[in-house]
Design a protein around this ligand. Structure first.
Ligand SMILES: [Zn+2]
Length: 251
């Protein structure tokens, strides 16, 4: 099976790519669907949350019958027939992505895709992937805006080049501020595309994709590496995962 079914221009991904998907929210759900249908060898889902009725408009793996139940089990039920058809194995990690498991989770896969809903987890994923030399795709969405971009295994430019550090003050999230379902649907599909491109050696884009649902605008913005970046700069100061950097992630 090819990820370009009609043209068969790319090598079969069923050779055994292992992908870790952090977060089964509005971004992770469409990304998971695309990755399973593309036939990645192993898709490992990492989340510990339950399905919330208020999020059904964007979490497209779930239906009303799943409200209040475990997200991973509900996702597995939806994805199972698709996974069987494409030769993908679904694996479940019933945990948040935390400082104590971050490096091991990143080390054990070929690619990490994160659709986390908070900055602390995003920085933790970024640091763990950089330290383990794993490529990473980031995605985010809030109200009418969404972003996606990929970081190579070399890890430069990285998430800290763009956002520097976990915000000191509370910031708006989807639960409080809301998000347009179609916007995160577009971003989730983009995340899967960036991931498949990375896995098939088409390279990372080093461009930040932005989607504005109010103006129907899709743009690419270059991401510049910072010389003084603490993770990937010329004299990095981050050499290991220290829990104190990600207090909100483990709150
Ligand atoms: Zn950096």
């Amino acid at each position: 099976m090819s990820i370009l079914t009609a043209e068969r221009a790319l090598p079969s991904p069923a050779a055994g790519w292992r992908v870790l998907l952090v977060g089964l929210g509005g971004l992770g759900c469409p990304a998971a669907l695309a990755l399973v249908r593309a036939g990645v060898g192993v898709l490992r889902l990492c989340d510990d949350d339950q399905v919330d009725e208020a999020n059904l408009h964007r979490q497209i793996l779930f239906g009303p019958q799943d409200v209040g139940t475990d997200k991973l089990r509900a996702a597995e039920r939806t994805l199972r027939p698709l996974a069987q058809a494409s030769g993908t194995r679904i694996e479940l990690v019933h945990s948040r992505f935390l400082p104590e498991n971050a490096r091991a989770l990143a080390r054990d896969v070929d690619l990490v895709i994160e659709g986390a809903d908070n900055f602390a987890t995003k920085f933790l994923v970024a640091d763990a992937c950089h330290l383990e030399g794993r490529p990473l795709v980031h995605g985010a969405g809030l109200r009418w805006l969404g972003t996606a971009w990929s970081v190579t295994a070399a890890g430069r430019p990285c998430y800290r080049c763009l956002f520097e550090d976990v915000p000191a003050e509370p910031v708006a999230n989807c639960d409080a501020a809301g998000v347009m379902g179609p916007v995160v649907g577009i971003i989730g599909a983009l995340m899967a595309e960036l991931g498949l491109r990375t896995l098939s050696a088409r390279g990372a884009c080093n461009q930040l994709w932005t989607v504005d649902g109010k103006t129907d605008t899709l743009r690419q913005v270059p991401v510049a590496a910072r010389v003084d970046c603490p993770l990937c700069g010329s004299a990095p100061s981050i050499h290991e995962i220290e829990e104190s950097r990600y207090l909100a992630a483990s709150a």
